[in-house]
Design a protein around this ligand. Structure first.
Ligand SMILES: *[C@@H]1O[C@H](CO)[C@@H](O)[C@H](O)[C@H]1NC(C)=O
Ligand SMILES: *[C@@H]1O[C@H](CO)[C@@H](O)[C@H](O)[C@H]1NC(C)=O
Ligand SMILES: *[C@@H]1O[C@H](CO)[C@@H](O)[C@H](O)[C@H]1NC(C)=O
Ligand SMILES: *[C@@H]1O[C@H](CO)[C@@H](O)[C@H](O)[C@H]1NC(C)=O
Ligand SMILES: *[C@@H]1O[C@H](CO)[C@@H](O)[C@H](O)[C@H]1NC(C)=O
Ligand SMILES: *[C@@H]1O[C@H](CO)[C@@H](O)[C@H](O)[C@H]1NC(C)=O
Ligand SMILES: *[C@@H]1O[C@H](CO)[C@@H](O)[C@H](O)[C@H]1NC(C)=O
Ligand SMILES: *[C@@H]1O[C@H](CO)[C@@H](O)[C@H](O)[C@H]1NC(C)=O
Ligand SMILES: *[C@@H]1O[C@H](CO)[C@@H](O)[C@H](O)[C@H]1NC(C)=O
Ligand SMILES: *[C@@H]1O[C@H](CO)[C@@H](O)[C@H](O)[C@H]1NC(C)=O
Ligand SMILES: *[C@@H]1O[C@H](CO)[C@@H](O)[C@H](O)[C@H]1NC(C)=O
Ligand SMILES: *[C@@H]1O[C@H](CO)[C@@H](O)[C@H](O)[C@H]1NC(C)=O
Length: 543
């Protein structure tokens, strides 16, 4: 009788849950594969091709898409080859019904091997008979051979579910606390209070010198962030506006603030290839005089700040600008990396650039260009320690962001989003909405190690996007950061009691915790750390 009831109950549950599950969770989970090597043979298509049914290799400058539904996220990928002796950067461009062109991926294609293109697009409304065009950097059609193409649709719910799974796996860990007495006897019914006191994931914001002596700014910053970067104060224009006038007073004071509060800080930047931001006296130098100024800059800065910054952006935005290469020859940046490494061997050296993850329409900073430049530097004898992606977004394209991160993940280096903001061409509500899209995408990506917002509050506002008004009252973007960082991505307080085995279990975000256990007149306070790992971590407390 009891068994029958149980069977009945199970069937009831099954019938209730299956239709629901079908509506929200159907379909494959996201495939994070990425390939940056050019291969002799293409790999199998992701998702077995997804909506692409005819997998025969085809030569064409276009690719016909099946009729597509709206309110859907599409992940697109393909292996690509071209004819001709030169590698060519190709962008895949989708034409929407109203003639709007949208870049959905890019790749450096070659003739002797297969390259992998990964990206995608989001459709609000249905799209019939759509065509993807393959274009070169001048916007001309290019014939490509495609193999193992894949177009996989995801509902927004499926997309978010993959983010959540990834966060559970990468940013959290299961914990079991064991409570016993001095003799090791397990204690049931002890009251347990756990609170996260520090986050392991490095999430920060740029700060400006306006923070010095500004207690409300300091308080606001410290309540949220565990990482920082100085917006302008280390740049050459600021530290040496005239030749020989080196002055580190301001960044020294900012470093004092950061040190006093255990904030991790990035070094930004040693050189900036954009002539707009090069001191005018440097722009006047050539040849040996310029080389000698470059050398002094590295030696002065990196000796003064030896061991102080976790990363250094060495030759900022070198995929878009080349002032030093023009003046000193094509190995100028290579020399900078070498000298920086010699001067501060423990510093982690980064490339830092825009439009790598923000869009795929800028072929100067395609994934292929980023990886290619990195390889060039490595062949020249420097070790690259991480991937710096600025992240100055306008309208974010989530499947492209994820595809680009998947590709860069194949480098097996830490990836940092270094300057995240949303363009001020959008209103504040929209900035908030898109910031949430971007933060969810990058925080959940397994290969992202840190996120910095480009939201330093200067006397006259922020670069593109502020989190607060001048009185530290949140703007929409500030609400987004607080809801994610302080609530959704923090464990906060967990309360409970030890069970009959003397244990208490919970899932916690990685970081530092304090735990208070008491039963009767016995009590214990201690701290522990949840570090990254797959298995449940165990922590024992003796009363
Ligand atoms: C794909 O190629 C095979 C032979 O290689 C052929 O039999 C098949 O009809 C082709 N399929 C399509 C849809 O063109
Ligand atoms: C390859 O590139 C070189 C240098 O840019 C150019 O001179 C040459 O014409 C190109 N070859 C082809 C086949 O496009
Ligand atoms: C074209 O259509 C897309 C998608 O429907 C829409 O997002 C975009 O605003 C439209 N552009 C113009 C110029 O109408
Ligand atoms: C795609 O939509 C067009 C109308 O826009 C229709 O003529 C065509 O038959 C559709 N194709 C498929 C495969 O459903
Ligand atoms: C692509 O190849 C086809 C067939 O060989 C040719 O007719 C066409 O002109 C080529 N297109 C381009 C852009 O080279
Ligand atoms: C490359 O050249 C071969 C031989 O001429 C031709 O069969 C093939 O279609 C060409 N591929 C592309 C992508 O143009
Ligand atoms: C260095 O900068 C600080 C802050 O701007 C200033 O007060 C100080 O006078 C400067 N020192 C020299 C030697 O110019
Ligand atoms: C740069 O050189 C020009 C021409 O020699 C000179 O007039 C100018 O003062 C120099 N600027 C700086 C900042 O040294
Ligand atoms: C791409 O880089 C080259 C060389 O640095 C530069 O001349 C060109 O202006 C850049 N293009 C863009 C769109 O930044
Ligand atoms: C640049 O550096 C590489 C690697 O050290 C070297 O092979 C090459 O000759 C250098 N090129 C120039 C123009 O100095
Ligand atoms: C704690 O309580 C137990 C019994 O409830 C008693 O035997 C013991 O003496 C107490 N210890 C202290 C330090 O008060
Ligand atoms: C343990 O921590 C709690 C809450 O922070 C505090 O109230 C209590 O006095 C502490 N107990 C001991 C024994 O330190």
């Amino acid at each position: 009788m009891e068994e029958q009831q149980l069977v009945f109950l199970k069937m009831f549950v099954l019938f209730l849950i299956l239709p629901l599950a079908a509506a929200t969770e159907d379909g494959p989970s996201y495939d994070y594969s990425g390939y940056i090597e050019c291969k002799n043979e293409p790999e199998d298509p992701l998702y077995n091709g997804g909506m692409v049914i005819n997998q025969n290799q085809s030569v064409s400058s276009t690719f016909m898409l099946p009729n597509l539904s709206g309110n859907t996220i599409y992940s697109f990928s393909s292996w690509v080859k071209i004819n001709g002796s030169n590698a060519t950067t190709i962008k895949a461009s989708l034409t929407l019904g109203n003639d709007t062109k949208m870049c959905i991926g890019n790749v450096i294609a070659k003739s002797e091997c297969w390259s992998f293109l990964k990206g995608g697009f989001v459709l609000e409304s249905p799209l019939n008979d759509a065509i993807v065009y393959f274009l070169d950097s001048n916007g001309y059609n290019v014939n490509v051979t495609l193999a193992s193409a894949s177009l996989q649709p995801f509902t927004h719910q499926q997309w978010q579910k993959d983010q959540q799974n990834s966060i559970d796996k990468e940013r959290k860990r299961a914990v079991t606390i064991h409570v016993s007495d001095e003799d090791g006897n397990m204690i049931e019914g002890a009251r347990i209070f756990v609170e996260q006191t520090n986050r392991d994931f490095l999430f920060g914001s740029a700060i400006s010198k306006n923070i010095l002596g500004n207690l409300p700014y300091q308080k606001w910053f410290l309540e949220r962030f565990n990482a920082a970067v100085f917006e302008n104060e280390l740049k050459w224009c600021e530290t040496e506006p005239e030749q020989g006038s080196v002055n580190y007073t301001i960044p020294d004071l900012m470093l004092d603030f950061v040190r006093a509060n255990q904030i991790t800080v990035r070094g930004h930047n040693i050189f900036w290839e954009d002539p707009m931001y090069i001191p005018s006296w440097v722009q006047n130098l050539t040849g040996d005089a310029l080389y000698s100024a470059v050398k002094s800059r590295i030696q002065s800065l990196m000796t003064h700040y030896k061991n102080q910054f976790v990363h250094w952006d060495v030759s900022n935005e070198m995929l878009h600008f080349d002032f030093y290469e023009q003046q000193l020859g094509q190995n100028a940046s290579l020399e900078m990396f070498k000298l920086a490494h010699e001067t501060d061997p423990l510093a982690w050296l980064f490339m830092n650039d825009f439009n790598v993850v923000e869009t795929c329409g800028d072929l100067n900073s395609s994934v292929g260009a980023y990886v290619g430049r990195m390889k060039e530097l490595e062949e020249g004898g420097v070790t690259m320690d991480g991937v710096g992606l600025e992240g100055h977004f306008t309208i974010p394209n989530p499947p492209l962001i994820r595809g680009v991160l998947d590709q860069l993940a194949a480098l097996h280096l830490p990836i940092w989003l270094t300057e995240v903001d949303i363009s001020n061409t959008l209103d504040q509500d929209t900035q908030g909405k898109y910031l949430e899209v971007v933060l969810r995408e990058v925080y959940s990506h397994p290969s992202v190690n840190g996120i910095m917002l480009w939201t330093a509050l200067d006397l006259n506002g922020c670069y593109q996007m502020c989190l607060t008004d001048p009185n530290f009252q949140n703007l929409p973007a500030g609400d987004v950061v607080d809801n994610l960082l302080l609530k959704e991505w923090s464990t906060g307080v967990v309360n409970g009691q030890s069970d009959e085995d003397g244990t208490f279990s919970f899932d916690g975000f990685l970081g530092e915790y304090m735990v208070n256990v008491d039963i009767g007149n016995m009590t214990s306070n201690s701290t522990f750390f949840i570090s990254k790992g797959d298995e449940t971590t165990h922590y024992s407390i003796q009363l």
